[in-house]
Design a protein around this ligand. Structure first.
Ligand code: CS2
Length: 491
């Protein structure tokens, strides 16, 4: 079967949306760090819309900070790939053509820095996942002992970390009298622009006080809220899409119809006319999304996995789990929100339930369960802190945290190993093994990890006792019976 490429575009079926611009005229306006499925199904689509509308200044050079697989898949395809939107109504396919190149940072950090220093580049955007910022998740400060940060301090001209690349490129542009770029974090971190600004300016300051001050004062890091569910592409997806197209795409991305992007409008060097919502304060949107969508997602992931559900949609078929998610959102998360004006929060939550139930996507609970140590603070713990302050109930939040603990032991309810992926995996495992499957020992052993829970939560009697009793239920009864037993409870 012919591979997807510019030459193959004319072979594609009529119903597939294709690019129509002159690719030889596409300039590089954006360098994107972390060119994984999420970027390709989200920001790249917004940018492709701009390009298709005739503004050719915003071609994107993508970069992978670790593996070569995306570059290897897309290069023979002239950097083209399909986005497949799937739901009950079927699958809609579109070719995305906003990428101009993909660099693999470890092969040549210098080439990536050179790309970031091109005069035409106005924006460095990134999706490097929560752990890619080398920060302490509880405080948001740079983790100065992180191995990649130690490496980048010793080798600033050939960095490894996203903050290291950004700091270096900012410094070189400044030396060469080039206008600075805007740094656009598109990861699910709280106050993401502000957090990344702090991390990068601290790294700069450790290199020289002057660079730290320049980054702190002169570089814009607008915050964003990004939202689109993008499960990992499977081989079945590849085969099905190839069969529909009659052309083979090595790495299509799967997603839902829903997409949302709320962006703080602070781009001193200019920006594309993305069809995003531009606002002056992203905060309320971000907290709403992190607490309602991602908070529920993590609970579905841990409780769903423990209850034996492979996907989010399958977990949502479990009536007790679905009821739990509703209760978490309605009774515990929503009261802590400062809902953005004009947002119908009830409609938002109803839409979330529908999105979670989308069985056309195989969104694995295991995928969302990854990196829990980096995700819990902004998804569940901030909400718990707010609830504790006002003396309100935290039953659902405590069960979510306890489910993460049970999952982090690395052994499931049937005694089978769990492939826990987390930067703190070894530490979690060590503590869990020492504590044993005993809630009164396991809960404090994990709650004392300060970079996740801070000091305050481990010292809150109410938090400790709620998490311990939820964990005891999970250990002695299992996830399904625990969820069932929650049914009639009042908050
Ligand atoms: C998910 C997110 O994997 C996860 O942790 O919760 O990737 C989620 O699908 C996106 O944030 C949706 O916008």
């Amino acid at each position: 079967m012919q591979a997807l490429s510019r030459a193959a575009l004319s072979q594609l079926p009529q119903h597939v949306r294709k690019p129509a611009h002159d690719s030889s005229q596409l300039e590089t306006g954006i360098v994107h760090l972390g060119v994984g499925a999420f970027h390709r199904a989200h920001q790249a689509v917004y940018t492709d819309d701009v390009i298709q509308s005739g503004d050719l200044r915003w071609g994107t050079v993508g970069a992978s900070l670790r593996a070569a697989d995306t570059r290897d898949a897309l290069k023979p395809q002239d950097w083209l790939y399909m986005v497949a939107e799937a739901d009950q109504a079927g699958e809609r396919l579109r070719v995305i053509a906003s990428l101009k190149d993909v660099l693999v940072a470890p092969e040549s950090p210098e080439a990536l820095i050179a790309a970031m220093c091109q005069p035409s580049v106005k924006i460095i955007s990134m999706t490097v996942t929560e752990k890619g910022y080398c920060h302490d998740p509880a405080t948001g400060e740079l983790n100065e002992a992180h191995p990649d940060i130690l490496h980048d301090l010793a080798n600033p001209a050939s960095p490894r970390s996203a903050p290291g690349f950004i700091a270096r490129a900012i410094e070189l542009r400044r030396k060469n009298n080039l206008a600075p770029f805007t740094v656009l974090c598109c990861d699910n971190l709280p106050a993401n622009g502000h957090t990344v600004h702090k991390v990068v300016s601290r790294l700069g300051a450790l290199q020289s006080a002057d660079l730290g001050a320049y980054i702190g004062n002169e570089i814009a890091f607008p915050s964003t809220m990004v939202d689109r569910i993008v499960p990992t592409t499977t081989d079945q997806d590849r085969q099905r899409i190839a069969a529909t197209l009659g052309v083979k795409d090595s790495w299509p991305v799967m997603t839902e119809a829903f997409t949302q992007w709320v962006v703080e409008d602070r781009f001193p060097s200019g920006r594309p006319e993305w069809a995003a919502t531009f606002v002056s304060d992203v905060g309320p949107f971000e907290t709403m999304k992190l607490r309602l969508l991602n908070g529920s997602h993590s609970c579905i992931a841990y409780l769903g996995y423990l209850a034996g559900h492979e996907t989010v949609a399958a977990a949502m078929q479990n009536a007790d789990l679905a009821r739990f998610v509703r209760r978490l959102m309605d009774e515990e998360s929503t009261p802590t929100l400062n809902v953005p004006s004009g947002t119908d929060v009830e409609g938002y939550k109803a839409a979330l339930i529908n999105r979670f139930q989308n069985s056309a996507l195989r969104h694995r609970t295991w995928q969302i369960a990854m990196d829990g140590s980096q995700k819990l603070p902004q998804r569940l713990l901030g909400t718990a802190r707010d609830r504790l302050k006002s003396g309100a109930s935290i039953d659902c939040l405590a069960l979510g945290v306890a489910a993460w603990m049970r999952y982090a032991t690395g052994v499931d309810e049937k005694g089978q190993p769990i492939d826990v992926r987390d930067p703190l995996r070894d530490e979690l495992r060590r503590r869990a093994d020492a504590a044993g499957l005993v809630a009164s020992q396991l809960a404090p052993a994990l709650l004392s990890i300060e970079e996740i829970f801070g000091k305050d939560l481990a010292e809150s009697q109410r938090f400790v006792s709620s998490v311990t009793s939820a964990l005891d239920n999970l250990i002695t009864q299992g996830a399904s019976p625990t969820l069932k037993a929650m049914k009639g409870q009042k908050s």
